[in-house]
Design a protein around this ligand. Structure first.
Ligand code: KG4
Ligand code: ZN
Length: 338
């Protein structure tokens, strides 16, 4: 089954063709990063307008790169939530028109379920159940993936997402948007023990996290250095910050693996590209004999292929939409009825 998959929830317009949920036939992206860089973050209206401009040509490009034509498409999958509402609406509207004119099923896909499904593309033999740590610009959660469309959230952030914090601190250090990758690069030559940063705990659920205190502590440290004219060791600050985020994520995830008895861990989302987090999981999972799935960097960030992968399993589960499908800025990954 060949699925045309559309993703437009933030600042990347992405269209892919995916076969049977596992094989990428094409994966095209029109990134808006250069435009939003000027503003230090995503400007929602500009994002929507750029999606509108890019999406049709990108769909043609995806078909051509896959070596197929419109009549070979069996279904259209689309991110329908969550994201910048104007941006998501562009993709949803395009997908509805495509499904309508092609006369094929329309499959709504939750963006975060898509991130998890990037692992099905990278690891063709991976099947639920497994545990997944989702770390993106807007989400941080530990998910028990019981089946392709049956999930339980074991815990997550109570405030900011991990990616948001990386971006905010990077911005304070005058790194270009989106700062996570730049901060990661700067950290490579730093001393991860030079700056002591707090690891705030959230009361109650042991798998819950709170990042806002860490973010504020890093920002205060930068402000203070500016005020007293102290020169910061930027690589070491970046290394200490990445180490702290990792030390908040890794032990909680390992504890959740133990409690659920899952023998496989997948990581997903833009922050799953972070070298410190990847390295720490590699070490811990090797120690505990846990299979670790980490998509290549190209499948960690937003892409269309992940939507096509999850779309296939949503289709098999009967989760298709009609032409009344709407877009949602927020929606739980648990997927209440449409
Ligand atoms: O999943 P994603 O592409 O978009 C959302 O769904 O939010 O994640 C984007 C986030 C941004 O905050 C970006 O700075 C962060 O992922 N990111 C990184 C790295 N690469 C991307 N954060 C830390 N280290 C990286 N190497
Ligand atoms: Zn994303």
């Amino acid at each position: 089954m060949k699925i045309l998959a559309i993703e437009s929830s933030c600042d990347e317009t992405a269209v892919a063709v995916v076969e049977d949920g596992r094989k990428i036939l094409s994966d095209c992206i029109a990134s808006q990063v250069e435009i939003h860089k000027t503003y230090g973050g995503v400007v929602p209206e500009i994002a929507s307008r750029k999606h509108i401009e890019a999406i049709s040509a990108l769909a043609d490009e995806a078909l051509e790169a896959a070596g197929i034509t419109r009549k070979d498409i069996d279904a259209v999958a689309v991110t329908y939530a969550p994201g910048l509402i104007g941006a998501v609406l562009v993709g949803v509207n395009f997908a509805k028109a495509a499904a309508f004119t092609l006369g094929v099923p329309l499959i709504p896909v939750h963006h975060i379920r898509g991130h998890i499904a990037a692992n099905y593309l990278a690891y063709p033999d991976l099947e639920p159940p497994f545990l997944c740590l989702v770390v993106s610009g807007g989400h941080t959660m530990i998910v028990h993936v019981k089946d392709y469309t049956d999930m339980e959230i074991l815990g997550g952030t109570r405030d900011d997402a991990a990616g948001e914090c990386f971006d905010k601190v990077a911005r304070m250090l005058d790194m270009p948007y989106p700062g996570g990758a730049a901060l990661d690069r700067a950290a490579q030559t730093g001393d991860d023990k030079k700056y002591a940063l707090p690891r705030p705990k959230a009361d109650g659920n042991p798998y819950d996290l709170s990042f806002s205190g860490l973010k504020t502590a890093a920002i205060n440290l930068i402000h203070h250095a500016e005020q007293v004219g102290e020169e910061l060791d930027i690589p070491s600050l970046c290394a200490s910050y990445a180490a702290t985020v990792s030390e908040m994520l890794v032990p909680r995830t390992m504890a959740a693996l133990e409690e659920t008895g899952c023998k496989t861990l997948a990581i997903a989302g833009g922050v799953a590209a972070n070298s410190r987090i990847r390295g720490d999981f590699e070490r811990e999972c090797a120690k505990k004999k846990i299979r670790l799935c980490m998509p290549p960097l190209s499948l960690c960030g937003d892409n269309g292929a992940m939507i096509g992968a999850q779309g296939y399993y949503e289709y098999l589960a009967g989760n298709v939409a009609d032409q009344t499908l709407n877009a949602y800025a927020t929606k739980s990954i648990l997927g209440e009825a449409l």
